[in-house]
Design a protein around this ligand. Structure first.
Ligand SMILES: [Zn+2]
Length: 469
């Protein structure tokens, strides 16, 4: 009998705001100069007073609503006390007793509902920099630029019963974040603390796992480790473990402390917040079309394959890209290119399409697709030029030109064949000019036979139409 696994996730997502959660410092910098984007508030100087960033609250509210949470109209912030160099004031401002949203759910493709316990706002600690060679291994540097960057934490109940379900949950989560446009996919990372237990045994927490793939791998490795221990009749120790990306295994970090050990107290420098019912309703009504609705619409509106529509709707970026391409070429060409070719290029780098969005120039790729639709380049060239563009930063059309990949050489041969067919079939040409569609098919058939199948029918059709205008 396989043992039943219970998994709960605590996901940390950096919100895409311009300034930090409680001060006006920028969340992104022009330069990477350490400790250049901080002030007395995010450094935690005595006497400094935090002020809540309304945009971050608005983003958290949107996420909570999209995940069917109950919104707490009154909520406040708490101090989570701990001593560590990454938090100079010795506490982190977070939400504990009453978060922005609670009791929500996410539905997986199987119809199973994963309950969301809470969604709350908190500040990111500073970054500890272990610079090899610069200092001895007993020292490290602290960069406070990250200190105070807004995060939301999304906590599930332990309803996930396999690493694959956890992955599907995270895919759902990132799709929603993408549509709400609250997460910076290119520069931000999704981190999760993963709790896993085998029913009837102690629970183990795998701390701070970065990215969806690593979460799945960490859980797979941990489920295997615990199952083997249980099979051998051993006890599972309640502890916190870390995930090693190289060996794909988890290692003991420390014995688990409980949440209560942190000693939460009410944050006296921030007043209690209130969200009015009309305010909440306004945000709810303003939520954008989410991925499942979008997939249905794309099938209905553009007649593209359901599978492609699902992939394209997987991110706001892919969806917008498709709709942009579909203005210039047929929806079929656009959908196959986005859902298969571009996605494959991203996956080849171990990334999602959204994560490479900054390297995709829609205008240049649109031009490339038009060449493909007009049969001036073949499918192989289309893919090669797309790779040269995304991976090598090359204008894809320049790539085709410089490498002489236009089918024009073959094109001129086909043009000769078409001219020959037209001049020796003047009656059919006259009929075609008079509007007889059957003559067009007749002439296409003749040219196809003459080219011995080398030409594509749509290419010949287009040439005949041009020449008999
Ligand atoms: Zn600051």
């Amino acid at each position: 009998m396989t043992s039943q696994i219970m998994i709960g996730l605590e996901c940390h997502v950096q919100l895409k705001t311009n300034s930090k959660l409680f001060c006006p410092c920028p969340t992104r910098q022009e330069t990477e100069e350490p400790n250049s984007a901080c002030c007395e508030i995010c450094l935690g100087m005595p006497g400094s007073k935090p002020v809540l960033n309304k945009k971050a609250l608005d983003f958290a509210l949107k996420v909570a609503l999209a995940f069917n949470c109950k919104i707490n109209e009154k909520f406040f912030f708490s101090r989570k006390t701990y001593f560590y160099p990454d938090m100079s004031k010795n506490f982190q401002i977070t939400q504990y007793e009453i978060p922005v949203g609670s009791n929500g759910f996410v539905e997986l493709s199987s119809g199973k509902k994963i309950r969301i316990r809470r969604i709350h706002l908190e500040e990111d600690p500073a970054a500890l920099v272990h610079e090899a060679g610069l200092l001895s291994s007993s020292h490290c540097l602290v960069d406070y630029n990250r200190s105070g960057i807004p995060l939301i934490e999304i906590v599930t109940e332990p309803d996930l019963s396999s690493p694959q379900e956890a992955r599907e949950f995270l895919d759902e989560l990132t799709m929603v974040l993408s549509y709400l446009d609250v997460f910076d996919f290119e520069n931000g990372t999704l981190k999760a603390d993963c709790n896993l237990s085998i029913v009837g045994n102690e629970r183990v927490e795998i701390k701070n796992v970065t990215g969806k793939r690593n979460v799945e791998k960490a859980l797979e490795s941990e489920a295997k480790r615990q199952s083997e221990l249980v099979k051998q009749g051993n006890q599972i120790a309640r502890e916190t473990r870390g995930f090693d990306e190289k060996s794909l295994s988890t290692k003991t970090m420390r014995k688990k402390e409980t949440e209560e050990d942190y000693g939460y107290i009410f944050e006296p420098d921030l007043v209690a917040f209130e969200l009015s019912k009309p305010e909440i309703e306004k945000t709810r009504r303003g939520l954008p079309e989410l991925h499942s609705e979008k997939a249905k619409r794309l099938v209905k509106e553009f007649g593209i394959a359901e599978y492609d529509a699902k992939v394209i709707s997987g991110s706001r970026f892919a969806g917008n890209l498709f709709e942009e391409f579909a203005k210039a070429v047929s929806p079929k060409i656009a959908s196959v290119f986005v859902s298969r070719d571009l996605v494959a290029i991203a996956h080849h780098e171990g990334k999602e399409l959204e994560e490479i969005s900054g390297r995709i120039n829609a205008v240049q790729l649109k031009e490339l697709l038009v060449f493909f639709e007009k049969a001036r380049i073949n499918e192989k060239t289309l893919k090669e030029a797309a790779i040269a563009h995304v991976a090598g930063g090359k204008n894809p059309v320049d790539f085709v030109k410089e490498n002489n990949l236009f089918k024009d050489a073959a094109g001129s041969e086909i043009e000769k064949i078409v001219s020959k067919i037209l001049s020796s079939n003047s009656k059919a040409v006259a009929d075609l000019k008079a509007g007889n569609e059957k003559s067009l098919n007749f002439l296409v058939g003749l040219a196809m036979r003459e080219s011995k199948g080398k030409a594509e029918p749509r290419e010949i059709k287009k040439l005949i139409e041009e020449k008999t205008k």
